[in-house]
Design a protein around this ligand. Structure first.
Ligand SMILES: Cc1cc2nc3c(=O)[nH]c(=O)nc-3n(C[C@H](O)[C@H](O)[C@H](O)COP(=O)(O)O)c2cc1C
Length: 451
């Protein structure tokens, strides 16, 4: 019986929040407590993911600490002390050989030249394993560190992002692949005919170029996108090659998958040029009971202040502290939507209305997985579910969020990966050496080279 997608294998990414994805991960006795600033920790978990043949590891970023009630924040260390990803990833490149190294960089508080240069450098240092998650900044406090009193509105920041990415891609093409001849005989280092000035003048940026880095080994580092709103989807269809998205049911994942791939036609892009990788907060044990015990332990450690703070954050700063934790979610005024990530906000409001969840139940669900889908079970139960979503064209792969680190990743690699491999759903060895080769993505031609 053809189960669908025979011969195809899924893509897997590992999302490394420093101590793990669960908001109380750091309270697990085996979690690396100083993870955010512990290089050995990152080296070990990245090597573990590489042993598990993951396509990529990914670190998120913000250019600000989180703001809010300090009493709550002091019980929740995430993103208060952690490495700058573009300093961390080149160091990880030196201790790994195949795994893709992907990080967020914001288009709202950077200049395209800086970003083009850093990711091109990472691509060279890693031998073609760099990936950039293009975000427009979900932490509204970033504005205060960059001369602004208010974050850009949702659509305005996507507008800037589109031009930003066009400029970065243009800068990556500054040099033809074979521009650097480095020929001692003719005493010629580069061929001037193979150098290109971008001369971009747009609404947001004016960038002459060229970039002071040779064309990256992958041509362009792989572009990821993680917004699922209407404009987020449009932007993804336009340039993303990997999409991270919270999807909670197979039906919604299939709708998202079809919608996104359908939108790509407009931009003359084939559907296989973009891999949809919804988040998966998989908690695995040797038995279902073991997995449930782990989940229950982490859930029991969510401090109500932290739960409320996390929720309020997702609701554009709406203060919930005066409301009954065991009562319904109040109406959230529209203006909060403009500041928050619309995708997550709408999911939360939908849970509240459709499933009649209380504030406490919502934050417990959200805190466990940061809005991603949670799956708790034995290795075969987890693999069954992943297989169903993959074969059912809901996904091309998953972005796995380990609940706590390193334990949650160790367990997944030891228990779930072999199960997926034995079903022929996941690779036993890397197909190539670059992230593009492993993800089955074409190497982009330079805009200056005709066929
Ligand atoms: C897996 C994942 C990772 C993300 N990483 C970051 C990040 O590192 N920094 C950031 O500011 N936003 C991050 N986001 C938020 C998105 O970039 C986006 O702002 C958010 O999903 C809201 O966009 P939307 O309104 O289009 O859905 C992430 C989202 C997801 C699903």
């Amino acid at each position: 019986m053809d189960k669908g997608r025979s011969g195809e294998t899924m893509k897997l990414g590992a999302f490394f929040h420093p101590t793990g994805n669960h908001v109380a991960a750091w309270l697990h006795p085996d979690a690396q407590i100083d993870a955010g600033t512990n290089f050995r920790h990152y080296a070990e978990i990245t090597q573990t993911a590489e042993r598990g043949k993951f396509d990529l590891m990914f670190v998120a970023d913000a250019v600000a600490t989180r703001d809010g009630k300090l009493e709550a924040l002091s019980r929740w260390p995430q993103y208060m002390a952690y490495f700058d990803p573009l300093t961390l990833l080149p160091a990880l490149a030196a201790v790994t050989t195949h795994i893709g190294l992907c990080a967020t960089a914001t288009t709202s508080y950077n200049e395209p030249y800086h970003i083009a240069r850093k990711f091109a450098s990472l691509d060279h240092i890693s031998g073609g394993r760099a990936g950039w998650n293009v975000v427009t900044s979900s932490n509204v406090s970033e504005a205060f560190n960059f001369g602004r009193e208010r974050h850009y509105d949702h659509d305005a920041r996507y507008d800037r992002a589109i031009e930003f990415v066009e400029v970065v891609k243009g800068l990556w093409d500054s040099w033809d692949d074979d521009a650097f001849v480095r020929d001692r005989k003719s005493e010629r280092y580069f061929d001037p005919a193979k150098l290109h000035y971008l001369n971009h003048k747009g609404e947001h940026f004016s960038v002459r170029g060229p970039l002071n880095v040779a064309r990256p080994p992958q041509g362009h580092p792989v572009l990821f996108q993680a917004g699922s709103s209407e404009v987020g989807r449009e932007v993804a269809a336009r340039f993303a090659e990997g999409v991270f998205t919270p999807q909670h049911t197979l039906a919604s994942a299939q709708e998202f998958y079809r919608d996104l791939k359908g939108r790509m036609r407009k931009y003359d892009r084939p559907p296989e040029a973009l891999k949809v990788m919804p988040g998966l907060n998989a908690i695995v044990g040797r038995t279902r009971k073991e997995a449930e015990d782990l989940h229950n332990f982490l859930q029991s450690k969510i401090h109500p202040d932290v739960g409320l703070e996390l929720l309020s954050n997702q609701l554009g700063g709406f203060d919930l502290s005066e409301y009954d934790l065991d009562g319904p979610l109040p109406d959230i005024p529209e203006r909060h939507f403009a500041l928050s990530g619309l995708g997550n906000t709408r999911n939360i409001i939908r849970w509240a209305r459709e499933e009649r969840l209380t504030i406490r139940q919502i934050y417990q669900r959200f805190a466990a997985a940061r809005g991603q889908r949670t799956l708790i079970g034995s290795p075969s139960e987890i693999a069954d579910d992943m297989e169903e979503w993959f074969r059912g064209h809901g996904v091309d792969g998953f972005l796995f969020h380990p609940s706590h680190l390193p334990g949650g990743l160790d367990d997944f690699v030891a228990l779930v990966i072999p199960e997926l491999q034995s079903r022929g759903l996941f690779r036993a060895g890397y197909e190539g050496t670059t992230l593009r080769e492993n993800m089955g993505l074409e190497r982009p031609k330079s805009r200056y080279v005709s066929n």
